[in-house]
Design a protein around this ligand. Sequence first.
Ligand code: G3P
Length: 224
Amino acid sequence: MITFAKPLVINLKNYNEISGDNSTKIVQDAKKASLSNHKDIIIAPPPSSLLALSKIKIPIISQHVDDVALGATTGFIVPEIVKSYGAVGSIINHSEHKIEHSQIKNLVKRLRELDMISIVCADDLHELKAISRFSPDFLAIEPPELIGKGVAVSKANPSIIKESVQAVKRVSSTVKVLCGAGIVDKYDVEKALELGAEGILISSGVIKSSSWYNKILELSSVLK
Ligand code: G3P
C-alpha cells in the first residue's frame, strides 16, 4: 500500500471554483508543486471526477465512501469502484458527511483490505478517542466550528491538536494525526507540526487563494 510521510490533503469539496475543467487545473497545479518540492500532496475531488483526475498521476482520494455492497446498489460510493478509478483511499466521516461509528469501523477494515488509505475525521477529542480504536491510517481532528473560517485550529485551539496526538499515541503507534480547519498559510502548518500533527487537511485556504500553485507550494514547503 502507498504510504505518505506528512501529507498535505486538499479537499476540493463541491466548491464552484473547482467545477468543470477547473478541477483538472487545480490537480495539475498540485502535481507541479509536488514535483517541485518533493512533498506528499493528496487531492480529494468530487467523486464524479475520480477516474479522469487519477490520470494526472498525483494521489487522489474520495471525499467519502459508503459501507454498501459492490453490485446492485444505487447512488452510493463503493470502495471497490473508487479503487478501480485509481483512487488510493478515502476521507471518512467528514463533519459535512457524518456516518455511524460502526460504518467507520467496517470501512477502515474494507479500505485496508483493498490496500487503500483511510483518513477518518473527528469533530472533537471524545470522537477522536472512540475512532482511534479502529486504527485508521490517519485521524484528522477538525472542529466543525472552525471549518472555512480562516482562523486555524492551530491558533484558535492548539491544545486540541496536542491532546489528540497524545490520545492517539496512547492507543496506537501507527495512526497519524492530521490537523484541519481554518488553515490558511505556512505559519499555521508549522504550528500544527510543532503541536505534533503529521499532516494537514485543508480546503478553502487553497481553493479561495489567488494562486492555487503558489499557495499549495507555500503550504507544502514546510511539511518536513
Ligand atoms: O476537509 C477539510 C476541511 O473541512 C477544512 O476546511 O476550509 O477550513 O480548510 P477549511
